[in-house]
Design a protein around this ligand. Structure first.
Ligand SMILES: Cc1cc2nc3c(=O)[nH]c(=O)nc-3n(C[C@H](O)[C@H](O)[C@H](O)COP(=O)(O)OP(=O)(O)OC[C@H]3O[C@@H](n4cnc5c(N)ncnc54)[C@H](O)[C@@H]3O)c2cc1C
Length: 458
């Protein structure tokens, strides 16, 4: 009888989308070469941990609903690997239509003024709604101006390539790019930053520091493409990915170090405070760069330059700041609770940042990155998440960590993915916006490095 070599022991630290995807791929290696253990500091798997279940209120048609936090939207054109994976598992996702109202918060009173513009995702609502309080003439001028700026920016995204280190020797930030293409400041401040901030959930300044290539590439690839959310919530994805996996919950990894040809993982049990350690053949870090800096010494100084921020998401019923646009069409939108109805999204900005509030069909509000106070009595659930941001410097560092090693070429000075059998996966571990596609793409790259077939690529 043929003797199989012993299976490789693999530790995956972090159970967000990236950790679960790589753990699933290795666990399901057709040659069964890996024994995978997952480590998670929370007392449950992390992918669906911030989401919240709304119980039926007893009203007619009320049903239990899972609200995904964050929303975890995806779009055609940008999420090819994520979509392939969902299709492989039979996870269904539905196209969503949103109607966005854009307004400002006064800095002093935090009071919202009436929306200055209302528009719909992919312009499905033509002509756009006219916010009450805006005269027909003002609205027509604003719409024409907006259309001009929007098409100018879109044309630039397709025809004016941002400068990158590869093409120009220096990286161009979004701030520099919008200056170079002469995009009016009024449009940048009132439209581009509020809308993009609802994707990146960070301050306007931090967004302007993003590499221009990230935003331009995102705009190009998602231009006129539908957006989706997972039907039934990402709990379905978590369930599929985690089937049969051995996981250690309430287990906070405190250090990862190379010992000879093996990798030692040390962790503390967050319930009893006991410390433990174990040797593995491979360790895959599926955590944010700030955590990597704290537990893995070889990358400490490099990842210190990758910006992160914390973001709050609040589910609540404080409708006091939701302006009733009182236009009949808006009312119709807000009252149409069918699954296919457009859903209102209130995008509110002050000078520094933007908050977005989604009027969920369950009649709850979900506010991302709140900047105005929410009545604590009306808060149902709060989640605080770490968001990894991008900057021209961090793009260089990330690209250098994941650079392909070409034989004969001088090796980068920096630690590189896979060195000492330590690997990185995560939404930030690719050259693009920090979104779910990065989780799946980076996990597939590690699978490739370990010579494992990815089931949804067969
Ligand atoms: C507000 C917000 C909205 C977003 N909206 C979207 C969206 O619509 N579409 C989209 O594609 N993306 C969106 N994203 C981005 C995307 O959801 C995340 O980037 C992605 O989920 C990150 O997944 P991950 O697996 O890389 O890491 P994480 O989800 O951060 O998972 C890492 C996990 O590791 C665990 N951990 C940390 N330290 C330790 C330790 N020492 N030991 C053990 N475990 C540890 C933590 O519990 C953590 O949850 C959004 C993000 C935010 C914050």
């Amino acid at each position: 009888m043929e003797n199989n070599p012993p299976r490789k022991k693999v530790a995956v630290v972090g159970t967000g989308m990236a950790g679960l995807v790589i753990a699933y791929i290795l666990k399901n290696d057709p040659c069964q070469r890996f024994e995978v253990e997952l480590f998670e500091k929370q007392d449950k798997l992390s992918l669906d941990s911030a989401s919240h279940t709304i119980l039926p209120q007893g009203g007619e048609g009320d049903k239990q609903e899972r609200l995904d936090l964050p929303m975890r939207a995806l779009a055609d054109g940008y999420y090819e690997n994520l979509k392939r994976m969902y299709d492989y598992f039979g996870i269904t996702y539905g196209s969503r239509r949103f109607v966005y109202s854009l307004s400002t918060l006064s800095d002093s009173s935090h009071e919202q003024v009436s929306p200055y513009y209302v528009h719909s995702s992919n312009n499905h609502q033509i002509p756009p709604l006219r916010p009450e309080g805006l005269s027909w003439a003002r609205w027509l001028i604003e719409t024409c101006y907006l259309a001009l700026c929007y098409y100018w920016f879109t044309a630039c995204c397709f025809f004016v390539a941002p400068r990158t280190v590869e093409s120009f020797g220096a990286e161009e930030s979004l701030r520099q790019y919008v200056g170079r293409i002469c995009l009016p400041r009024y449009y940048v401040k009132r439209y581009l930053l509020p809308m993009m901030s609802s994707v990146t959930t960070c301050s306007h300044d931090a967004l302007l520091d993003f590499p221009a290539i990230d935003v331009v590439d995102y705009e190009r690839k998602t231009f006129r493409k539908p957006h989706y959310t997972v039907l039934g919530g990402v709990q379905r994805v978590e369930k599929e990915l985690s089937k049969g996996l051995k996981n250690w919950l309430a287990t906070k990894v405190t250090s990862v170090e190379n010992v000879g040809t093996e990798v030692k993982v040390t962790w503390a049990n967050t319930l009893d405070g006991q410390n433990h350690s174990k040797l593995f053949d491979h360790v895959i870090l599926a955590v944010t760069p700030d955590v990597i800096g704290a537990i893995f010494e070889p990358l400490r100084s490099a990842v210190a330059a990758v910006p992160t921020t914390t973001v709050q998401i609040v589910i609540h019923r404080d409708f006091s700041k939701i302006i009733d646009c009182s236009k009949s069409l808006w009312r119709q939108i807000a009252s149409n609770r069918s699954d296919l109805a457009p859903q209102p999204f209130h995008i509110c900005s002050n000078a520094e940042a933007t908050e977005s509030t989604h009027e969920h069909p369950s009649a709850y509000l979900i506010t991302n990155h709140p900047i105005a106070p929410i009545d604590p009595e009306k808060v149902v659930h709060t989640a605080t998440l770490t968001r990894v941001l991008r900057s021209p410097t961090s793009r260089q560092i990330v690209n250098s960590i994941f650079e392909k090693k070409v034989s004969g070429q001088e090796k980068s000075q920096l630690w590189q993915n896979g060195d000492g059998n330590v690997w990185l996966v995560g939404s930030w571990c690719w050259d693009g916006m920090v979104l779910l596609e990065g989780c799946v793409g980076s996990a597939m790259r590690v699978a490739n490095g370990l010579g494992v077939q990815v089931p949804w690529m067969q």
